[in-house]
Design a protein around this ligand. Sequence first.
Ligand SMILES: C[S@@+](CC[C@H](N)C(=O)[O-])C[C@H]1O[C@@H](n2cnc3c(N)ncnc32)[C@H](O)[C@@H]1O
Length: 256
Amino acid sequence: MQSNTPAYGSGSDSLDTSETANRSVRADWSAYATAYDLLSEHNPEYQAILHDFEAFLATIETPRIIYDIGGGTGNYTEIAARACPESEIRLAEPDAGMIGTARSKLAAHKNISYEALPLENIVGRGTADLVVCVHALYAMPAPEQRLEDMRRLLRPGGWLYLVDLGRHMNVADWRDYLFSQLKKKQGLAGALGVFWQGREIAKQNKAILKAQKNGVYWTHTEAQIASAATAAGFEIQRQEVVYRGYSDLLVCQAKP
Ligand SMILES: C[S@@+](CC[C@H](N)C(=O)[O-])C[C@H]1O[C@@H](n2cnc3c(N)ncnc32)[C@H](O)[C@@H]1O
């Protein structure tokens, strides 16, 4: 597994200027937040994972404490809050723009608390019944240690619902796919309108690709993420390739 540079720290002193500049390329999650839900709403592949998560929740005993790690604008938190009204849902999200959007969107739900922290700074051990982490692990520093953090948060037998972008984000491929989906539903003018409003997404996806190519963001095969999850103390109950082949979905349980 490649190692990541710290997401919130400084780079190494030994890097020259251009290399330092290169390795500082990351997504600007606050800029992403401005249009995140607009395109997610129109992305059938994003919606398919939300539905899968909701269906998964219906198959397990109601989790009492749920963490949504790197929860972004709160779409998974919202499903959990609705499906498990008696549960305590903790949305952990270090980006101010993302968590701000989540807070205002989910204000009506009283069973959600917000932790404006990266995973590596969250304290807690063995209390969670479910950890959800969708499309966030790849952007974290040292993902194998972050998997250990998720294991630490869970009680033995607790669930991890993990989806992670593993392959290079082909920006043109996603643009063509989303455009054709939108055109089918809203016509050419409608598709162009959504693309214009969501133009920040293409910019941030390019930054993600750059960070993947520089090794700042983690890329992995199915087998690599499976072995990282196993090494972190998880038993994999289900694994699938999702998101048009770009991502891996793993449903795991924390080993005692
Ligand atoms: C692509 S968004 C995914 C949001 C949400 N999970 C979803 O699928 O809609 C990735 C999120 O990971 C968050 N993130 C990045 N580094 C993180 C870290 N070290 N700990 C927790 N979250 C992190 C970002 O701030 C961003 O909001």
